[in-house]
Design a protein around this ligand. Structure first.
Ligand code: SIN
Length: 481
């Protein structure tokens, strides 16, 4: 475990020596102290990334791919230690943390393979004597600001395509989970990335605005990629406007999950369990509103409540834990407030519906709430916890309207056996991702990202590489002579 900033290939404290505590959400115990970086550290990181850029982008795609493959191998061979670090700072159960290492590593491998396929184009010319060529170029220095819910996968799927494209990177992991990112930097150093190509600094919530401002205002930073709240995403978009940086924003969601009367209910329950309880519901693509057709509502609710009440809640140190603690006290308080509001407006807890204070400060019971309505707060805001509200519906048209009745548009899911309805709903839902009879949608080969106030840009797939490149048009004339 490393606990320093990594700038220009050198492990170092914050320039003014400040630091902050990293704690384990299972019991709020201290794990480590890391640098509390300021705008000065952020600018030093950009100095390093800008200096490293010309040589890095000049390397052949094959060379960049080989380094990414070495990094991938280092991540895979350190999977046990990485998953221990993830569980300690983020709280997720060991099995999930191991899954996250494999998931994050898959992005590094994918982009190592994609680096050599950043093809351009030759377009038939409209007039004789000219040639139209299109080439792809790295955007330049990229600033990545990453969330705490997937401390390895989210930073890997930003850094890997940036490096594959020939960009250099400055990155800041979330305050709560800096250690996994620093461990990744250490493995990147072992893999042989040159100094300055990847720089990682850590900072507390209080100092993060000064880091973000330094990167926003620096004309050398040509792209900001951010995963986190819509509120912060909008601030970054405004701040990046002065230097017109490229942006990728993967922001909040409020995913609907629809179960039609002709759905295979067992499959729908399986899909919901996978989508909802991954990382204890602390996932942007977690279903936040579950609409069930009235003809199957009671049966679905019963099957679901049986599965949810059997989930084992506990710290990552217990091998059979399936749901860990929430990330911090603010997160549990938000969940408790949503559930209290729903109950006060008529929701009924079929299971859970309360904090589990006996386990520790940050635990919330996996919960199913029936009789949810759109008057409740949880219909409009992401709860980001292990709570499933069940809404009743009768009519396809009406449920499609309800599903889209949100400013957000990241993910949606629906279960039906009717092929015509599959296409109607797939086209109707206003989201960047749609799970059709499927709860596990994310993959390195697929484009991940939202529409509306869930942001823009895509991560993963060839579209994810494109987001780190410019399209340059070369017009060659004088060829008819
Ligand atoms: C997220 O919660 O932002 C990402 C989850 C995923 O990659 O599936």
């Amino acid at each position: 475990m490393t606990t320093s900033n990594y700038i220009n290939g050198v492990w170092q404290p914050a320039l003014d020596g400040a630091s902050y505590d990293v704690t384990n959400p299972a019991d709020n115990s201290l794990i480590a102290r890391v640098p509390d970086s300021s705008g000065d550290d952020a600018r030093a990181a950009v100095d390093a990334a800008a200096a490293a850029l010309p040589a890095w982008r000049a390397r052949s795609a094959r060379e960049r791919a080989q380094l990414l493959k070495r990094w991938h191998a280092a991540i895979v061979s350190n999977a046990d230690d990485l998953s221990l670090i993830i569980s300690s700072e983020q709280g997720k159960p060991q099995a999930e943390a191991r899954g996250e290492v494999a998931y994050g590593a898959s992005y590094v491998e994918w982009f190592a393979e994609e680096a050599v396929r950043a093809y351009g184009d030759v377009i038939p010319e409209p007039v004789r004597g000219k040639k139209i060529l299109v080439v792809k170029e790295p955007v330049g220095v990229v600033a990545a600001i990453t969330p705490w819910n997937f401390p390895l996968a989210m930073i890997a799927r930003k850094i890997a395509p940036a490096l594959a494209a020939g960009c250099t990177v400055v990155a800041k992991p979330a305050e709560d989970t800096p250690l996994t990112a620093l461990a990744l930097a250490s493995l990147a150093a072992q893999a042989g990335f040159p100094p300055g190509v990847l720089n990682i600094i850590t900072s507390s919530r209080e100092r993060t605005p000064s880091v973000a401002a330094a990167w926003q205002n620096d004309g050398r930073v040509r792209k900001i990629t951010f995963t986190g709240s819509t509120t912060v995403g909008k601030l970054l978009a405004r701040g990046a406007a002065d230097t017109l940086k490229k942006l990728s924003l993967e922001l909040g969601g409020n995913a609907p999950f629809l179960v039609f009367e002709d759905a295979d209910l067992d499959e729908a329950v399986n899909g919901l369990m996978a989508a909802k309880f991954r990382n204890g519901g602390q996932t942007c693509v977690s279903p936040n509103r579950v609409y069930v057709h009235e003809a199957v509502y009671e049966r679905f609710a019963q099957k679901l409540a049986a599965r949810v009440s059997a989930l084992k809640v506990g710290p990552a140190t217990e091998a059979d834990s399936q749901i860990g603690p929430m990330i911090n006290p603010r997160a549990v308080e938000k969940i408790a407030a949503h559930v209290a509001d729903a109950k006060s407006k008529g929701a009924v807890a079929l299971c859970g519906g309360e904090r589990l204070r006996n386990l520790g400060p940050n635990y919330y019971a996996p919960s199913v709430l029936s009789e949810a309505t759109h008057e409740m707060q949880l219909a409009h805001e992401e709860t980001f916890g292990p709570v499933v509200p069940l809404f009743r519906f009768r009519d396809e048209e009406h449920v499609a309207t309800l599903a889209n009745d949100t400013p957000f548009g990241l993910a949606a899911y629906f279960y039906t056996q009717n092929l015509a309805r599959v296409w109607r709903m797939a086209e109707r839902l206003e989201t960047g991702l749609v799970g059709i009879n499927e709860g596990a949608v994310a993959a390195e080969a697929a484009p991940f990202g939202g529409v509306k106030e869930s942001g823009y840009g895509r991560e993963g797939s060839r579209y994810g590489l494109d987001d780190y490149m410019h399209t340059k048009y070369l017009c060659m004339g004088g060829l008819s002579r």
